[in-house]
Design a protein around this ligand. Structure first.
Ligand code: ADP
Ligand code: MG
Length: 841
């Protein structure tokens, strides 16, 4: 008898050795294993006849082995195996396939899965217009394969033949381990193991009987039946969802007649049930957090006429209607006694900064300190300078004195830092602007009332919390208001998950007088024209940015890291960078059974360990997973042009005579500051830079943004960079220059940039391409890891889960027995901490 909590080693065919390997991949219990869901299915009950196959599609084909041979070619051995079915054939080819030499026997039935391509004879026939004879001839490169059970098989092979044939067969992503005798843990192995689990689980159903348990078993239910259900019965009935065990069984072994389309898109009721459960608990946790926050005590700021007057005197321009609206929302929050937790979204250049400054004045006029934290020193310094400018002539109605603004960054020399920290602690500094340094343990505040986090997505979620809980001088943890700002439009799915505990304000309007930015693609061959264009713009009094993906030299393939918390290089997909070459290699290896990529039921926790930089398509739907390796296959190690080298080259070459400046993250803070200030003052015409200028930099006279090696940049990043221009009245330009190979995905990104300036549109596409985990380019520590849900695919279920979670948290449903309600809360607590690691703030 097995229970969901039984360690896997007790499962038949697993045992100590395999269990130890599985444990490394996070699979410890029967439940863990059952949540390793199939990522695709093959309909071996109704296999497609070869004559009906269509070239260019992904197909699963069953045929008999008609021939097999190992070809020695100059580029290495290629193993060829021909599968036949009547007149049709599919020639399967495996590069470096020597290991397959003795695998196949003539006449054996084999199932293969891969991309169908027309065979050479079919192509020749098509060219000659005589396709008839060659129809049904195809080839497949590196297909996955599975040898089907033979009629005379004995033992386990015979016992489990019904798992491999005459049914819809689940295919699993490999768990990556091996058996004690060195065999891979294949799909075949998974099927047998999972099948045995279902036989031994819950009262041991008679073998071969896929009948479903009718009533879910619950915590508190009497009797020997183990706990398997996690959602209230009444909720399942209302939403017409199956019980958990029923769902798990149907996902692993779908009944004949289950539509393949639903299986492949994870939309069967069984899939929906498992996905809903996972998202329900996530949303319930977020809802709980929101509710707890509303119960906490914060500062109720007042906004009398004096405060209004204070705000008005610093406004350099008429705020837009959107700016007024969001300020209203923010101030309404600040007036409440509960602490504010608000996310302010607004596209680059929409004018968030001034809104933040206004909120800071409200805090200061209430006798509190305000802190503004920025992700880079450049940005922190820029905010500091503009805050000083803005507040220079202002006098606080409350104190009758000017506002005291301080800058606190990591690169201050220790003495200056200590001095500033002292002013902060004594409350002499009212508005403190800085970087991560604000979070240092020594950086205590006197009376922190408002925290503003600029470009919030560049910080991890945990850090956001750390600053919130800054203790005051009296040692009591203060609970300041928090305003997080981001210029990366956050797709709704992420807003509902990553930022689900925040209220959201959106600035959806640009300040007046902006002209659209003209965006063009070009290639490195046309560089001379680009430089000529830059010269003409400078001649008209404008300034330009040239952005490169790396700081210097070919050895220096490390993309710009402008703050130490970036685990992931922010630039592009790091194609061909040495750090990724290993995973590129493994992604290229043929995988016979089980696959490298999955979309259904993939466990990010597992895959992250197996292939931490697996590219793109792991989050696409099964249908669109046509060529998972597009981006890596064509990756070659091209030498990248770098900021430092190009600065030297252009200065003495194509841009000779112009005033060039160089900016990157490895310069000292002073050097950066001086260069930025000179660019601001117009003493530099062309700023050669890395992505350090990605966020927030604001120089209105700059009208040209040239991004070199644009193929290496992510969409959100390019959009941010483009946002550096078009800030003044002059017509602005963004030139995306490519060099080297442009992958299919990069091509789509570049075309999207040309076609759209709408940040939300681009964000959606970016999310599709990169997936939630990489969406911001920097790893988000707060992004939950899902076992079955996929934020891109399951948006509708996510919305449903949110509604249900709010409903559940709002008031006890009389239809649900109290024991089941209690069990949901208990499970939430356990799950929230174990899986999402978001300890209650
Ligand atoms: P972001 O939202 O990207 O942080 P900023 O706050 O840096 O944008 O604002 C972009 C530019 O627009 C700045 O130069 C700012 O002074 C200007 N700006 C902001 N609001 C207005 C407004 N209402 N009218 C005119 N200019 C504005
Ligand atoms: Mg900004």
């Amino acid at each position: 008898m097995l229970e969901l909590s039984t360690p896997v080693k007790f499962v038949k065919r697993v045992g100590e050795r395999i269990a130890a390997g599985l444990a490394l991949r996070g699979v410890e219990t029967v439940e863990d294993l059952l949540y390793h869901l199939p990522f695709r299915y093959e309909d071996r009950l109704n296999p497609q006849p070869m004559a009906e196959l269509v070239a260019g599609t992904m197909a699963s084909v069953i045929g008999e082995v008609r021939g097999a041979t190992l070809l020695r070619t100059r580029s290495g051995p290629i193993f060829e195996m021909t599968l036949g079915q009547d007149l049709g054939t599919v020639k399967c080819m495996w590069f470096h396939g020597a290991y397959l030499k003795d695998r196949f026997k003539l006449g054996q039935m084999v199932a293969v899965y891969g991309k169908l391509e027309p065979s050479r004879s079919a192509m020749a026939a098509a060219a000659a217009g005589t396709l008839g004879a060659a129809a049904g001839r195809f080839k497949m490169i590196q297909p996955q394969f599975e040898i089907l059970p033979e009629p005379g098989a004995t033992g386990a092979d015979a016992e489990f033949a019904m798992l491999e044939m005459g049914r819809i067969v689940p295919v699993y992503e490999s768990l990556g381990g091996t058996t004690p005798w060195g065999a891979k843990l294949t799909s075949k192995w998974m099927r047998r193991v999972v099948w045995s689990i279902f036989e031994d689980l819950v009262e041991g159903k008679p073998s071969g009987a896929p009948s479903m348990t009718a009533s879910p078993s619950w915590v508190g239910s009497k009797g020997p039946e183990p706990v398997t259900e996690t959602l209230p019965t009444a909720m399942l009935h209302r939403l017409a969802l199956p019980s958990r065990l029923e769902a798990l069984r149907a996902v692993h072994f779908p009944e004949a007649g289950t539509p393949m389309v639903e299986l492949m898109s994870a939309t069967t009721p069984a899939h929906k049930r498992l996905i809903f459960e996972e998202l329900f608990y996530l949303e319930l946790g977020l809802e709980l957090k929101r509710r707890r926050m509303r119960e906490r005590v914060g500062t109720a700021f007042t906004t009398g006429p004096a405060v209004r007057e204070a705000i008005k005197q610093v406004l350099p321009f008429h705020p837009t209607a959107a700016q007024k609206r969001v300020l209203g929302e923010i101030v309404a929050d600040m007036r409440r006694p509960q602490p504010m937790r608000r996310l302010l979204q607004g596209d680059v250049g929409s004018g968030k900064t001034i809104v933040a400054m206004q909120a800071a004045i409200v805090a200061m006029e209430n006798g509190c300190q305000a802190a503004l934290m920025a992700p880079t020193e450049i940005l922190a310094t820029q905010h500091y300078l503009s805050a000083r400018r803005l507040l220079a002539d202002a006098v606080s109605p409350r104190t009758g004195r000017p506002y005291q603004v301080a800058l606190l960054t990591g690169s201050l020399d220790p003495a200056a830092k200590r001095q500033t920290q002292g002013r902060v602690m004594r409350g002499e500094a009212q508005f403190i602007i800085g970087t991560h340094a604000l979070q240092e343990d020594k950086a205590d505040f006197n009376n922190l009332g408002l925290v503003i986090v600029d470009e919030q997505h560049r910080f991890g979620v945990q850090q956001r919390f750390k600053l919130m809980r800054k203790p005051g001088a009296d040692g009591v943890a203060s609970d300041p208001d928090v305003l997080a700002m981001t210029a990366t439009p956050i797709p709704r799915t992420l807003a509902l998950t990553l930022y689900g505990d925040l209220d959201v304000s959106v600035i959806d309007e640009m300040p007046p007088g902006r002209t659209p930015i003209v965006t063009r693609r070009t290639t490195e061959e046309h560089a001379a024209e680009v430089w000529e264009f830059v010269r003409r713009q400078v001649a008209q009094g404008r300034q330009a940015y040239l952005v490169y993906p790396v700081i210097e030299g070919s050895k220096d393939d490390q993309p710009e890291l402008d703050f130490p918390h970036d685990e992931e290089p922010p630039v592009g997909e790091s194609i061909g960078a040495p750090s990724s070459s290993q995973s590129t290699e493994s992604a290229r290896k043929p995988s016979a059974e089980g696959a490298v990529y999955s979309s259904l039921g993939r466990s990010p926790r597992l895959s992250a360990k197996m292939n931490p930089r697996a590219e793109g398509p792991r989050y696409t739907t099964a249908k669109s997973r046509k060529s998972p390796k597009t981006d890596t296959l064509f990756a070659t190690k091209t030498k990248l042009r770098s900021a430092t080298e190009m600065f030297d080259e252009l200065r003495t070459g194509a841009l000779k005579g112009l005033r060039l400046g160089l900016l990157h993250g490895r310069l000292s803070a002073d050097e950066k500051e001086v260069t930025m200030a000179r660019f601001h003052r117009g003493e530099i015409d062309v700023l050669v830079s890395t992505t350090v200028i990605e966020v927030g930099v604001d120089v209105a006279n700059a009208s040209v943004m040239v991004i070199d090696h644009a193929e290496r940049f992510g969409l959100a990043q390019m959009h941010q960079l483009r946002g550096r221009v078009g800030r003044g009245a002059a017509k602005s330009f963004c030139i995306l220059m490519t060099g080297g190979n442009v992958t299919e995905q990069a091509d789509a990104r570049l075309n999207a940039m040309v076609a759209s300036q709408n940040g939300f549109e681009l964000a959606e596409l970016d999310l599709q391409q990169r997936g939630p985990g990489e969406f911001f380019g920097t790893r988000q520590t707060g992004l939950p890891e899902f076992r079955v849900a996929n934020l891109l695919r399951d948006r509708a279920t996510l919305e449903l889960a949110k509604v249900e979670a709010e409903r559940f948290a709002a008031a006890p449903d009389p239809a649900i027995p109290p024991a089941q309600i209690a069990a949901v809360w208990a499970r939430l607590k356990q799950q929230w901490q174990r899986r999402y690691g978001l300890v209650e703030a």
